[in-house]
Write a protein that binds this ligand. Structure first.
Ligand SMILES: [Zn+2]
Length: 356
């Protein structure tokens, strides 16, 4: 393995400096980090033939054609991410921000702008809040699947009061859905914002599901918690927060922890951890404000929740899906089949934006 000296240091931390950062931790913190994460850094090299001026510009800050690739693996969950900042400098065909705004405006007046007349109801009717109401999903993922339709067409919503209302409406829907099928007790809250994130309708909306079997991510998280606790006698999430805090990648806001996650599924992934559903709205709004400042427009959000009626940890994951005007997908065979995500952004920069 060949290594290069790092340009970042203790003053400005960066993902390529994580091996040194971990080595500099006090022994207890380092032991905790090492049992949760494996970090490697290797250099990729290339030779540019003459005339590749465009390529030369892409790697201009990396002398002699070096590219540093850091791989971080969460040894507990098996999640693994390759970080290469060079990838962020690749040229893309993009649509202007004005083009994205125009696309949002030209769909104004859609079915979700008139939900009472234009969307189906669940068997139990609609759940209504101050800023949203529910509809039954027209083409369901699963047998209990609702849509939370926001009262604002523009899906880029950041206000805490609105988000709190969407979450309350979601909880109201879970309760009604459980009355419809008492065997269903695993809730899932999803928010796909804009087409890059998989939303087929531009109008602001979130989705709610209540299942009889837990979805895979919820089931595997439950297994992770129990095996981690058996092996180390600690709660997985408590140690996950401490490992991130040791590197400066965790922050606390009221009773909620926000992490710039070390093994993100894609760009700028933030993880919010709380024991209390009602505290989530403030933290989600906080992350979305940081996202807005970073220029994020399209994102996925999921809330992994304990079964209805049980205590537990709520895990919110949010990820940037890239510029809405970019034609190429941010997810390819690496993410789908190698289950190792390729990420350009640096979690330390996300934490800087969160702490502003
Ligand atoms: Zn609309």
């Amino acid at each position: 393995m060949v290594m290069r000296k790092q340009s970042c240091g203790m003053e400005r931390r960066c993902i390529t400096g994580v091996p040194e950062l971990v080595r500099s931790l006090p022994s207890e913190e380092r032991a905790l980090f090492d049992r949760m994460f494996r970090v490697t850094r290797r250099s990729g090299r290339l030779i540019l033939p003459g005339g590749m001026e465009k390529g030369r510009r892409i790697i201009s800050h990396a002398p002699q054609g070096w590219q540093q690739i850091v791989r971080i693996t969460n040894l507990v969950t098996g999640e693994s991410t390759l970080f290469n900042e060079e990838r962020a400098r690749r040229p893309f065909e993009t649509r202007s921000d004005a083009g994205v705004r125009a696309s949002i405006e030209e769909t104004r007046g859609d079915a979700f702008c008139h939900p009472e007349e234009s969307t189906p109801l669940d068997l139990f009717g609609r759940v209504r809040g101050r800023h949203a109401l529910t509809a039954s999903n027209m083409a369901k993922y699963d047998h209990l699947h609702g849509v939370i339709i926001f009262d604002e067409h523009d899906p880029l919503v950041w206000e805490e009061g609105r988000i709190e209302d969407y979450l309350n409406v979601g909880m109201g829907w879970f309760m009604k859905a459980r009355e419809q099928d008492p065997e269903a007790r695993y809730p899932l809250f999803l928010w796909n914002c804009l087409w890059r994130a998989g939303a087929s309708i531009v109008h602001g909306h979130a989705q709610v599901l209540l299942s009889v079997e837990p979805y895979s991510a919820v089931e595997s998280l439950e297994k992770v918690r129990s095996s981690y606790n058996m092996k180390f006698g600690h709660e997985y999430e408590t140690d996950l927060i401490d490992a991130h805090r040791a590197l400066g990648l965790a922050m606390k806001r009221k009773n909620v922890e926000i992490l710039a996650y070390l093994t993100p599924v894609k760009e700028k992934e933030a993880m919010i951890l709380s024991r209390d559903y009602s505290s989530l709205a403030g933290a989600i709004a906080y992350v979305l404000h940081a996202y807005r400042d970073l220029g994020v427009q399209s994102f996925n959000l999921a809330i992994l929740m304990p079964p209805l009626g049980e205590e537990g940890i709520f895990t919110v994951r949010l990820v940037d899906r890239g510029e809405p005007g970019i034609r190429s997908s941010d997810i390819g065979a690496m993410e789908l089949y190698a289950r190792t995500s390729v990420v350009a952004g640096d979690p330390f920069r996300l934490m800087e934006a969160l702490k502003v």
